[in-house]
Structures are given as structure tokens and as C-alpha cells.
Design a protein around this ligand. Sequence first.
Ligand SMILES: [Zn+2]
Length: 267
Amino acid sequence: MHDSVLSHLRNTLHERLTRHGAHGEHGEHGEHGDVDQARGAGRLFAGDYSASATVGEEFADSRLGVGVMHDLDGEVISLHGTTWRVPVDGTPREVAPDEGVAFGVAAHGGREHEFVIPDGADVEGILAAIDAYLERTHVDHEEVVCAVEIDGEFSSVVLRTVAPPTHEHETLGEIIDDETRFTFDHWNGTLVGFRFPDVTDGQTIPGLHLHAISHDTTTGGHLRNATTVRTTARIWVDELHPIHDVAGTQPDGDSSMDFSRYEGPVT
Ligand SMILES: [Zn+2]
């Protein structure tokens, strides 16, 4: 099972990494939407923070998206056509379409599913609610990519952002070891992101990956912890589709990467 998922991911990655001009194909999104990823996660974590796409190329017409700015100048969140970066001071700023992202994942089109996340759910509880919904609707969550939007009231929120590298060849892991965290006892806003397959060849970030923007757009970042108080949640279920990475094409996945250490909940 896992082997076939891995080879599926590898095949779609190969297709993505060897196709050119794939970002010109946006716009033909039917009921079956798609999820685009700019740059493999492996290259990002290895320290390539150059722009792999512009904000416009990656997020124009998207439903939602997450990413990180070129040169790690902030975590990126895109929602309903507006894209923000959250630099190291923690204050979201809108970004222009011609600015570059080092990494981005964007959801386009697709059919919307509403589902319920129980009040009092932490990040693991949110993931369990997504997976329970997928199981009930007979969609095999081990092979699909879900875009997720959770809006409402949360407690015990921990957001993080990253600072640009302080020396050459600093890996993303080293940088995240020094991540800046912002904690909120009570927080109102929207979480957006993706539930990717748990298996990865190092090119996709496995599991649940959420970024956050508050309703008043004064706080945001990559979500580390949160507990739902009262929320509404929607997902779009899709497979992963072509990547556009103008900066290079060599795959360099590292399946031993401990993504959860850097991207998962903090205890
Ligand atoms: Zn993130």
C-alpha cells in the first residue's frame, strides 16, 4: 500500500519536475480541482530559498495556499485571492503578485465538503476529524491531498515564523530550530493548508500543514498548536498536480527527513 502511494507520488513528482510551463495551465479547473506545489520540499529544507515562482503564478485564482517567501522573508498564507507574508515580527503584510516564493502549495477549484471538527480539538484532533470524514466518505486519505479551511475561535494557539538565514548554506531545519513563536490564549481567525499523505519521498511535507491569519489580519504564521473553541471547516479533496519550479528540476528528496519535528505540534 505504502509502496504504491510512494511510487504514485514519485511518478507525479517526476511528471511535475520534468514539465515546463505548467503554471500556464491554471484556469481550467473543473469540479476536480488541483493542488500545485512550487518546488520540492527537499530542496527547500536543504537550503534553497531562491524564488521558485511568483506569488501571482502560485496563488492567482487559488482558493487557498501556504508557502514561504524567497530568502525566508516570512511564512506565506493565501486566502480568497489575498496573499500575506508573516515576517519575523509576526505582523502579516500583503504581498504583490510579482514577489517571489521559495515554496508554495496552492489549491484551485474542486468540490467543497463541509465537515465538523469537535470543539476542544487540538491539532491531532483536527487531523483525526479530517481523516474520519474522509473515511466516512470512502475517499482514501492515504493517496489524496486535501485543502483545508477552518474558520472561527481557537484557544492555546502557537504560531511561528522564520527569519532569513544568518549564514550561507543554513538549512531550514537549523533556521526552524530558532523559529520565532507567538502564543495566544484566545485567537479568532482562519487556518488554511493541506493534509498530505503520511508517506513522502521528501518532496512533499507529510501530514497536516496549516498556516493562520487572524480575522483582523494583525497576526498569523505557520500553525504549531491550536485548540478549537467554535469553528466551521471545509475541505477540498484532490490529487497533487504539476509543479512549476523555474529554478531547477533535479529531484533531491530525503525520505528520512523528520518533518514533524519542524512542522508539527510543539509540546
Ligand atoms: Zn508552514
